[in-house]
Design a protein around this ligand. Sequence first.
Ligand code: 13P
Length: 332
Amino acid sequence: MTASLEEVAYKLAAGGKGILAADESASTIKKRFDAIGVESTFDNRRDYREMLFRSEAMSQYISGVILFDETIRQNAKDGTPLVKLIEDAGSIPGIKVDLGAKPQPGCPGETITEGLDGLGERFKEYYDLGARFAKWRAVIDIGQHIPSYTSILANAQALARYAALAQAAGIVPIVEPEVLMDGDHDIDRCYDVTEWVLKEVFQQLFYGRVKLEGTVLKPNMVIAGKKSSKQASVAEVAEKTVRCLKNCVPTAIPSVAFLSGGQSDEEATAHLDAMIRAGGLPWNLTFSYGRALQAAPQKAWSGKTENIAAGQAAFTHRAKMNYLAALGQWTP
Ligand code: 13P
């Protein structure tokens, strides 16, 4: 039986499991591989992702995996489709469908995410390839004069059009409006911008006739910019993030899965754990981490066959820590 949008959206954050964001574009995975001295070839990308998808973490801690277009079509070394490895572990394959954030005309320093043209057709193909959920990332940067309403509105409208197209194809949309933590702003500025962005996103999802029960939100945490001299405590990040979400995110949304956004592995885990421990949340909260799940296995693997077991152990460890955090049971 085919699972409904509601069932898939719920399952992605149920029971402490969370999402592995392994959807790095060709240029992003090259950056990650450069950092560990591995050439970014078709086979190396396959070997790396096969290592993750064959690890113990998958059946225990990972509800779904976001894939890049190349990966959803790729086979493991023995010819098994990578999608099948994910399904066999009881995890759900997903697909990144946006084509990246491009400079937005008239809005210096801001971007608009592209990829809507032909998306309905692409969704049909991705469904046939096994994808049951998708991701579209809008990027909002914080600076002295940004973000502008022009950019927030355009990005929110694109998210809504994407989400409606996904649902029409039987695919759960992950709606990701990422407010970056790259600047020198403090946590309260992040709160204000995140609140503004989320308010607009949910308004546009309403106008776009998107069914919230079949949607997953992937937000940033409310956190000080990396270059800020005023870093917030774990307790403050947890309190302000939950307060912001409660002010903006309808309870019809079943699942909220955070991005890690450049936080250290342990920070990303500690923040999630603190939010769950506080209790009283109307949605299931979990992780949808890229860097905070993969930095450790990338380092342990470093492109060497003899390091595959170490890479898998490192991935399983981080996934377990985040699983415990999503249950409010993590201890440092
Ligand atoms: P990070 O956890 O590295 O931010 O990646 C998550 C993601 O999917 C960003 O779009």
